[in-house]
Design a protein around this ligand. Structure first.
Ligand SMILES: NC(=O)c1ccc[n+]([C@@H]2O[C@H](COP(=O)([O-])OP(=O)(O)OC[C@H]3O[C@@H](n4cnc5c(N)ncnc54)[C@H](OP(=O)(O)O)[C@@H]3O)[C@@H](O)[C@H]2O)c1
Length: 332
């Protein structure tokens, strides 16, 4: 698989990463697959993926434990990214960016991951109660202590107003500018996909201009862009899509032209090429610093998604995708 370099420290990773979240979080617990998830991670590594994206919050904690089982056996094959700053409470998810907490959380992640260094330590959310420079300063100390190689910043949570376009990431960019003065940002993780291209307007160019890697979260539109979901099929109450405005039966039906377009492009590249691979190749085409991190718990999808690294979209393909209708169904 092609390798891509990100960040000031020129970290090399396989062009397509693996999002480990669906193995233990966000999609219905009833669909979690235990040992098959482990095989999915091995399959991705065998195919040249190196970046494994997890977080202490996923599970909580069980996703890091699962990734740790793989790292114990093949640490040299993987580039592990985990996150700090969100805690799962009884009722709500809460942010904690206090320096003492960040340092304790890092030690706990290292233990669960069965490693002595985290390749990329990401701030999952800035804590509104703590100046972001203080949280970032604590994370920088972890780099100096040799527990972490590089720092990343997640720019998620901007969902309300996601369709308001150009201003979506203004606040994030202001925060990024502040933390950059404390310690270099090596990667930013934010949503980017064919049906959520907002980051292209300001956030992605901001990263590119500074040599910062861009980890594209939800590059398959939470599964929609794969064309394998049926409108009206329904989601379990603990599946994030049960509350997602684009996953009502009506909106899924209304957005089918996007799938039809991806399928058209896929067909031009051969009968085995899938809409999911076109969706990932489109993300890859947004810049040499962009790494899609498709999430899956299934071996077959891990293999298929890694295969997207070899798919090169032509100018005609990219124009066709660009001209697809904008997705319907918004958060606000
Ligand atoms: N930093 C943050 O705050 C943040 C937020 C959200 C996500 N992320 C990261 O981004 C990663 C990706 O996001 P995501 O997992 O929510 O969304 P996604 O990658 O857009 O889609 C994942 C969904 O697509 C399905 N899928 C994957 N590959 C497929 C294929 N080839 N064919 C058919 N279905 C396929 C998966 O099914 P199965 O589960 O059945 O395999 C899963 O339901 C996460 O895993 C996480 O690491 C980060």
């Amino acid at each position: 698989m092609e390798r891509r370099t990100i960040g000031a420290g020129a970290l090399a990773v396989g062009a397509v990463g693996l999002g480990c979240m669906p193995m233990s979080w966000a999609y219905s617990a009833s669909r979690q697959r235990g040992e098959e998830s482990l095989r999915a991670v091995h399959t991705a590594l065998d195919a040249g993926t190196t970046l494994l994206d997890t977080a202490d919050m996923y599970g909580p904690f069980t996703n890091e434990l699962l990734v740790g089982r793989v790292l114990k056996e093949r640490r040299a094959d993987a580039f592990v990214s985990t996150k700090v700053g969100l805690l799962v409470g009884e009722q709500h998810i809460v942010a904690n960016g206090r320096p003492g907490y960040v340092k304790r959380a890092c030690d706990a992640s290292l233990r669960r991951l069965q490693t002595d260094v985290i390749d990329l330590y990401q701030l999952h959310r800035a804590d509104p109660e703590v100046p972001v420079e203080e949280t970032w300063g604590a994370m920088a100390e972890l780099v100096r202590a040799g527990k972490v190689r590089a720092l990343g910043f997640c720019a998620m949570g901007a969902r309300g107003g996601r369709r308001s376009g150009a201003h979506l990431y203004d606040a994030t960019i202001r925060q990024l500018t502040r933390v950059q003065q404390v310690f270099p940002v090596s990667a930013v993780e934010a949503e980017l996909s064919v049906w959520s291209p907002e980051a292209l307007e300001s956030l992605l160019p901001w990263c590119e201009a500074r040599g910062i890697g861009f980890l594209a979260a939800m590059p398959l539109g939470n599964g929609f862009l794969t064309g394998t979901l049926t409108p009206g099929e329904g989601f379990e109450p603990d599946d994030l899509r049960a509350r997602h405005p684009r996953f009502t039966a009506e909106m899924m039906a209304a957005n089918q032209p996007i799938i039809a377009g991806l399928r058209r492009t896929a067909t031009r590249h051969g009968e085995h090429v899938t809409p999911a691979q076109v969706a990932l190749a489109w993300v890859l085409a947004q810049g040499p610093h962009v790494i899609p991190v498709p999430g899956t718990k299934q071996e077959r999808w891990a293999r298929e998604n890694a295969g997207a690294a070899a798919l090169r979209l032509s100018a005609e393909d990219l124009t066709e995708v660009k001209e697809l209708p904008a997705a319907l169904g918004s958060w606000d």
